[in-house]
Write a protein that binds this ligand. Sequence first.
Ligand code: XMP
Length: 532
Amino acid sequence: MSSATPAAAHDHTAEPVLVVDFGAQYAQLIARRVREARVYSEIVPSTMPVAEMLAKKPKAIILSGGPSSVYEEGAPRLDRAIFEAGVPVFGMCYGFQLMATALGGTVDNTGAREYGRTQLHVSKPGSTLFEGTPDEQSVWMSHGDACSAAPEGFTVTASTDMVPVAAFENDEKKLYGVQYHPEVMHSTHGQLVLEHFLYRGAGIEPTWTTGNVIEDQIEAIRAQVGTKRAICGLSGGVDSAVAAALVQKAIGSQLTCVYVDHGLMRKGETEQVEKDFVAATGVQLKVVDAQEQFLVALAGVSDPEEKRKIIGREFIRVFEQAQAEIIAEGDETGEPVEFLVQGTLYPDVVESGGGTGTANIKSHHNVGGLPEDLEFKLVEPLRQLFKDEVRMVGQELGLPEEIVHRQPFPGPGLGIRIVGEVTRERLDLLREADAIAREELTAAGLDREIWQCPVVLLADVRSVGVQGDGRTYGHPVVLRPVSSEDAMTADWSRLPYEVLARISTRITNEVRDVNRVVLDVTSKPPATIEWE
Ligand code: XMP
C-alpha cells in the first residue's frame, strides 16, 4: 500500500541530479533552476549517508548553501567519499566551503561578512563554468568565512575584492565550486554557470520536458491503478485540476471527480469546473450543490475560526457522502474504487521530510453500507513537481487558461473574506465586487505581477456616504493586493492609481450597499494576507 508511483519503463526521473540540502531554503530554488535547465533534480537532506545518495545513481550532485559556518560546532558535515565516487559535484556557498575544507583547501574564519550584491572578477574566462560570461559580473553573496587557498589540483577561476578564491574547478575530477549563490536571480549569469556545470562539467543532456513528465506519469498511473477505479476531489484550484486531468488521461472513465459547490466560490468558478474543465478533459464529474447546507451551517457565526471549522466539517460530510454514492452505485465494470487522487506537490513532500510517501488515507464514513474505515491508496501524480511545472503540465494537457494560471484562493473561499456573518446576500455582494477587481486587474495586465488580491467585505462595519442625492449607510470593501514568493511573507503591491481608481469607481457604482473601497497597505508580517 504505497503512494509512491512505480518506475515507468523509460523513467525520466531515474538517475537524478541530487541537491544536498544544507538548510535555509536554498535547495528548493536550486532544484527548480536545475529543472529549468531541463534536467531532473531531487532534494536530499545533508544527513543522508553518502552511500544512500550514491545508490540513487545521481548524474551529478549539487551541494547547496546553508546558514552555518564550517567552523561552527554541530554545523552539517559531509563525508568526503562524495568527492571520490566519480560523480560530478558542484558546491555553492556553504557547499563550496565544505568542498574546499574536505579536499585540503583553506577556509578562513575572517569574521568579515560579504552579503548581497557583489562584483565577481573572473580570472579564467574560458573555464568550464564561466565560458561565455563577462569577466566582471554581479553575484549574490551571503557568507562569513572565506576561502584563501583552493585544494590541490584545483584551478582558481574567480575572486572578489574580499575573497581571493571565489570559484574553483577541477575538470579532471569533475569537481566545481562557487562561493556565491548562482541560483538567485541577482547573480546575473547564475543560470548559465549552472547549465555549464550540468552540460559541460557533468555531461548531462537536457531532456526533462513537460511532455516527458506527462508520458512518465501516465505510464506510472496505469501501472498503479490497473483496472480499479479512482476518485478525485476538485477544488477549482490548479493542483487538483491538473492531477485529475493527468489521471483522466491515463485511465479515462475509471476516474470520477467530485466537486462540492459550497456557494463560497468566486463568480464563474463553478461554471469553469462544470463546463470548461469537463469540456477540456472529458472527465466524469459529480457536482454536489450544497449551497443551502453550508449557509444553514454558517448562520449566525461570525468568529473566523468557527467559520473555518464549520466549512471544513461540512465539506468532508458532503464529499464523503458523494464518494460513498459513487462507490455504492458502482459502474458496469464492477471494479471497486480503491484509489484517491491528490494534487500533492514536491515542496509539500520535501517539507514533510521528503519521505517516499506510504501513507494511506482513511476515510471515515458514517454512511450505511460501507466499511467503517475505508482505506484508499493515494495516486499523487504531481509529487515530483514544482508549481510552475504543474502549470506547464496543465497547459500541455489543454486545461483552460483561467484554471492553469489561477491565483491562490483559500479552501474556505469567500466564507473567510466576509468579516462578520456569512449570508447569501453578502456572498452575492462580495462575489460582484471581487469579479470587478479581478476583471480590472486582468485588463491592466497585472495578474502575473501580483500574487493574489483578496477582496474583503467588512460586513460588520457601516459608514456614511452620499450617492445621487441621498445619504447612504453602506459597507466598506477592502482591496488586498499582495506580492509574494511563497505566501509566507508578502508585501502590499503598489498598483497603479488609475487601476485602483477604476476598481473603486466600478465597485461603488455597481455593487449595491458598498459605498467605500479601501486599500490595505500592510505587509505580512505583521498582517496576514487574508483578513478573515
Ligand atoms: P495568510 O492569510 O495566512 O494566507 O497570510 C497565506 C496564503 O494561504 C492562503 N490561504 C489558504 N489556502 N486553504 C488554502 O488552501 C486555507 O484555508 C487558506 N487560508 C489562507 C491565502 O489565500 C494566502 O495565499
